[in-house]
Design a protein around this ligand. Structure first.
Ligand code: PMP
Ligand code: GLN
Length: 388
């Protein structure tokens, strides 16, 4: 495994989770929530299984869930989609992303994204044969946000650029793109006739009052060229259910469906049935979850700072970035491989989210720590880091 090129080799999550298992270290690596989902939702799944909802759902997804997704997009963002034809249920956001990249790009095409990026993006580009071009997000020297360089973004577009793969709230930085940044990105898509595929799996997990999630599809001229992807995993603490979805104009959804039917055809009937009901009440649930995770973020951030690792601001999601140089490290991969022994904690090297092996952009001296864990685990982890 190499630090940047692991896209289709062992994923960094598998490697670091295995390291945690082998060493008994506290796993602040993979973003697996140690928090329970809504009790009613869990009961509904059991009820759906008992009621016999155990066979293939329609390939597009259960109609009730598609309707709940369409209602959610309209209620929250004013985005209208037809439940029949403009909404597709997938096996997690992962399948929606893979099917979109496979359906919409091929050899000779370029996909534009940001660096760092979620590891499924380089993997998807490699599967489709397209080239991934990534524009660096630059960490603020004072520990603030990661910033978009609009000039670099515009310079990265070529006549071959076909698709923008855009993630906000962003993994691994926790950045929520600002309205101005969204305007810049939307203008670029319109000017160059790009399709936007947006990954919004953390849409409900925005903690700072100043930051607000706005789908790129909601900007002028963007609905018709945007496929909006999200998932139940993060919103309801049910990452193992692997229910995701994509909304967009019928021609994009049809293209993605044509690939999706040969990846998995369909999945998770009882989960879909239960989620259809839960999505209607998501706002109330998500407000409570945000309160919990906001407190966890504070616990981890203060603990990292007390341990001499410099955390960056993260407005959303599950993760904090930390500068590891105060501990004498410049190589995040080495830091993360040594951390279990040194401190009994597992983190993920941020270089694993580089868009290309050996690529520039993402500094090597960052590590990603996850705060979607039990508070006791977070307290113990920060105590260990301070003692190390
Ligand atoms: N996109 C991002 C940015 C993620 O962090 C994740 C996973 N946590 C996914 C997609 C995958 O989502 P799912 O588990 O629904 O496939
Ligand atoms: N999205 C999760 C993370 O970033 C992990 C998902 C996975 O294991 N593929 O940690």
């Amino acid at each position: 495994m190499t630090s940047g090129g692991r896209a289709i080799e062992t994923s960094i999550f598998t490697e670091m989770t295995e390291l945690a298992r082998r060493t008994g270290a506290i796993n602040l690596g993979q973003g697996v929530p140690e928090l329970a989902g809504p009790p009613a939702l869990l009961r509904e799944v059991a009820a759906a299984v008992q009621a016999g909802e155990n066979q293939y759902p329609p390939a597009y997804g259960l109609p009730a869930l598609r309707e709940a997704i369409a209602a959610h997009q309209l209620r929250r963002y004013g985005l209208g989609y037809a439940a029949d034809g403009e909404v597709l249920v997938t096996t997690g956001a992962t399948e929606a992303l893979a099917a979109a990249v496979l359906a919409l790009t091929g050899p000779g095409d370029e996909i534009l994204t940001f660096d760092p990026c979620y590891d499924a993006y380089p993997a998807g580009a490699r599967l489709s044969g397209a080239t991934l071009t990534a524009v660096p997000l630059t960490p603020d020297p004072d520990g603030g946000r990661f910033a978009l360089d609009a000039t670099a973004l515009r310079a990265a577009v070529t006549p071959r650029t076909r698709l923008l793969l855009f993630n906000s709230p962003h993994n691994p930085t926790g950045k929520v793109f600002t309205p101005d940044e969204l305007d810049t990105i939307a203008a670029l898509c319109r000017d160059h006739d790009l399709i936007a595929v947006t990954d919004e799996v953390y849409e409900h997990l925005v903690y700072d009052d100043g930051a607000r999630h706005l789908p790129l599809a909601a900007l002028p001229g963007m609905r018709e060229r945007t496929l909006t992807i999200s998932s139940a995993g993060k919103t309801f603490n049910v990452t193992g259910w692997k229910v995701g979805w994509a909304c967009g104009p019928a021609h994009l959804v049809a293209a993605v469906t044509s690939v999706k039917q040969f990846l998995t055809y369909a999945s998770g009937t009882p989960y879909q049935a239960a989620l259809a009901r839960a999505l209607d009440g998501v706002e109330e649930w998500a407000a409570g979850l945000r309160d919990t995770l906001r407190a966890h973020r504070a616990l981890l951030g203060e603990g990292l700072a007390a341990a001499g690792l410099r955390p960056y601001r993260a407005e959303a999601g599950y993760f904090l970035q930390a500068d590891i140089r105060p501990w004498g490290y410049t190589d995040g991969m080495r830091f993360c491989r040594e951390l279990p022994e040194r401190a009994g904690v597992v983190a993920i090297p941020t270089v694993a989210f580089r868009a290309a092996p050996g690529g520039a952009g993402t500094p090597a001296w960052l590590a990603r720590f996850s705060f979607c864990k039990r508070p006791e685990a977070l307290r113990e982890a920060v105590a260990r880091l301070s003692a190390a």
